[in-house]
Design a protein around this ligand. Sequence first.
Ligand code: MLT
Length: 264
Amino acid sequence: MAYLEAKPPASARQRGALVLLHAFPVNARMWEPQLAMAERGWRVVAPQFRGFDSAGQVRVGPAPATTMDDYAGDVIDLLDALHVHDAVVCGLSMGGYVAFAMLRLAARYVQGLVLADTRPQADTPEAAEGRRKMIQQVAEGGAAAIADEMIARLLGDTTRRTRPDVVERVRGLILSNGADAIAGALHAMMTRPDSTDLLASIHIPTLIVAGSEDAVTPPAVAEEMQRKIAGSELAIVESAGHLSNLERSDAFNASLARFLDHRV
Ligand code: MLT
């Protein structure tokens, strides 16, 4: 599996591995602002889910029937290959769904958890229907067919009004993904199981993050998750939407650093 990695300088106190799981329909490069956590002693690894960041790939056969367990299994295989026995796992949105799958499949790899702009519930029938339509749009027009619609969902009002650089960065991240990767992720999301019952079994240090303007997984969803995960902390990133790590990387990194320093 492809991945981005930032290693801590030899002079830093070595803190272990921090695994960053990306959202849909962007890719691991959305985590570039968080690679700086390496300076604080973390070995930062950002896996690229199947087929992402490979826009040129041409489909052979039907759309892939990828599952969240496939993504989680790929991440676990990667950790084994890198000789990482446990890690703080940080998933944003779809990345959070993969983190839940990792907890179900191999919880011993997860030493700490960050759930950012995500939700434990499975898709509603209406949401699954929306995914089916999007698979069709992507089959016909590739990533470009969904870019505008997704940018409007992913970014908060403040970012869309005042940060054209972030809007263009996210557009670039979306367009760098092939149709197969996007269709596979849509299939994985629409077939994912509900993880609500899993929350009460989480007994590791956990941080929940939400952008104050997140319309996809609003702060109320994050507050409910926090109530269900014993001892978890909540950080609201002001003036950010769904991609809070990119929209307000300063505030996101400050919350992440505080959590890593004091809770893990
Ligand atoms: C994401 O950001 O990963 C997606 O918007 C999540 C979703 O559509 O459920």
